[in-house]
Design a protein around this ligand. Sequence first.
Ligand SMILES: [Zn+2]
Length: 159
Amino acid sequence: MDKNIKLPETEEGTVLFKTDPIIIKHHYEVDYLHSYAQDSPFFAGLANRKLLGSRCGACAITYATPRGHCMECGGATEWVELPQSGRVHTYTTCHFGGEAFLKETPFTLVLVEFDGVDTLFLSRLLGAEGDEVSIGMPVRARFLRNSKFKATDVYFVPA
Ligand SMILES: [Zn+2]
């Protein structure tokens, strides 16, 4: 039996950001094919500068974040176009975020309320931060000109 069995050593090192706790740089990348399935109309709507929600055919609850079936009664929903102007229901400033948003911190997230819609819509607010943002503040939707077919294709600005 060879007691000198070893993994090969490599010469590249590890980028060490911190020692307590140890934080290293680790490259991670993956191409992921993601189906929006029944949610596809929402993302197609964003590409066409429309905000689509859903309304229950049975009890008429209208969801700003679309759902295939009603959370209250279980009825099937239909797609409806939402208003593009609303009000800040609440907001928060994010000083940390996922990798996609890290470079943009701090940024403001808002829950937007719309007339005639029963639930809130989570989005980014640009053009106002900190004390400039207030509950009830009128906001309107803006859309990326070059759609990425992602929820971040829409964001809000002061109206
Ligand atoms: Zn319902």
